[in-house]
Design a protein around this ligand. Sequence first.
Ligand code: IVH
Length: 677
Amino acid sequence: MNKQQAVAEIERLRKEINRHNYRYYVLAKPEVSDYEFDTMLEMLVTLEQEFPDLITPDSPSQRVGGQITKEFPTVAHTRPMLSLSNTYSFEEIEDFFGRVHKMLPEQHRDNPEFVAELKFDGVAVSLLYRDCILVRGATRGDGVQGDDITPNIRTISSVPLRLGEYVYSEKELEKEYAGREIEVRGEVFMTKADFARLNEGRPEEEQFANPRNATAGTLKLQDSAEVSRRKMMFVAYDLKDPQGAGLTHAEHLSCLEKMGFYTGGNFRVCRGINEIRDFISEWQEKRQELPYEIDGIVLKLNDSSFWDELGATSKSPRWAIAYKYPAQRAKTVVRNVVFQVGRLGTITPVAQLEPVQLAGTTVSRSTLHNLDEVARLDVRLNDTVVIEKSGDVIPKIINVIREERQGNTVPIVVPDVCPSCGTPLEKPANEVNYYCLNEDGCPAQVRARIEHFASRNAMDINGLGKAVVEQLVNSGMVGDAGDLYSLTTDKVMSLDRQAAKSAAKLLKAIDESRKQRFDRLLFGLGIRHVGLATARELAAVYPSLETLRNASVEELSEIPDVGPAIAVSVHEYFSKPSADAIIEKLGSAGLRLEAGETNKPVNLNFEGLKVIFTGSLEHYTRDEAAGLVHERGGKTVSSVSNNTSLVVIGKNPGSKLEKAKKLGIRVISESEFKEML
Ligand code: IVH
């Protein structure tokens, strides 16, 4: 075949393959058998191998993978990737309905429409298209930045590599999309069948607990050919298209379908709370018949022009909510109770259960949280109990079946001493927990702190799991997180099951963690009460460990969302010699003990100002505007008081403006705000 013929044949094959792909995945109306499809794909791959300069990134041949990615670059999201607030109670859905209703302008309040969608149980990703071509696929990460996993995303057959080609002609495509950048968000998931197939081929100890874990694990694989083999699906539920402004959410979903995305097709526009209730109860039963797992229903205000105005909390938008279906339950027997020691010395009773199947996994452990919970349940060894599992939550004991209690039950008693280090346990007055106060000498606490340091949201050190940490600590090689950075190949290879290859991998992961952002490091230190959000908050105000360490309790308490309890705990943490030691080690290992460029203030034009917004801004969402103020040293507040320094007004300002005027607070327009930035 000469080149000209190859061009034509490749073109024909691609079109055919894409069309069949679309019929199979999006329309669920296949025309050809899997065998015929695979043969076409093979022909294409062979031809492209012969004429490699004809390969394009949107060729279906690219779906078979083969690219090995050493590390996934970190990329910033165009806008934060938020999550949803969840509820199991229909009453809270009614509250949500009422809240949204109240926040809408009066002329739009009359029975607003909501789109009800299935809540797919998978992993959220963001896809970017430029000129119709998929250019980037990224994980949610921490919501601000994620991993660029484009090679893995390309392997997913229901992700169009080029938009809209089955619905639009070339000309229309040119007109519709040329020069546009479009972002599509959705969920990557695995069908129950593909999940079962994947697990069947794996040794027992390596099996995934559920399809969501399998999906998350697969998306992170470096070998895209393996990703391609594992078969995942993508469902689209969010479209950001500059041209789509003014469309309702339902119209966005139809638009996504036209572009070639799978939406699941099961969404419905509901008017009024009764239609919402009907949708929820309909799917409660029907969900068992779906080929994939859903864990609830998502409700979104259909009129998306109000989304910005309704805004979002730090985690989730106010115009959407998820109703989660009650978890599935099973009956089993408590065989034993062990006491675990947490990274802050907390003692937690954990029940060891007679293994039982529940929602697709085998359950053999369940946390009992604390002794109050043990007392509340009145659970004893050998009791028959009901356990429940919902979504990603660890199985929980719901109640004891008293009628089945035999004469052989034994009450659960807390040991007098720490099961790890033998130090007598203490129970502070008015606390429910017992503690081991041997902070520095208790191996269990040391291990748990290091595990936390290495965890995904902190330093994200792959390969530093429980088993490895245990060996590192027990062998005395590592006493705190700072020691990780002086590990050598020899040391790591002296551990069980660490060959040269895995040791090198682990050391590389540790080495790379030196570049991790300051707020993650701060979170990784494991200061009591300092979660990821608080760590970010602290890092924004105190952009280095040095300045944070010198902050007084009073100063710390001033930061929004940092109450006195957090302030005291931060201050206490830094006043301990153990903190000096670890900071010293981390500093000499070259970790980021201060915020990099991205966390540094752009200017300090808002320093010390407490800013409030009212009305809808034309150029920024509320989140963006608040972010800009924070970046420039200011704070945002939610209600007007004498302490407020500045009110920024957008279109249709609310009652805050009146109040501000009364209090004589400075009021500025959006354009003045822009200038000030
Ligand atoms: S909308 C800002 N729609 O559930 C709105 N999310 O628990 C963001 N999810 O992070 C999400 N199905 O990963 C939306 N139909 C759906 C969804 C869905 C599943 C996931 C998504 C989200 C999580 C929240």
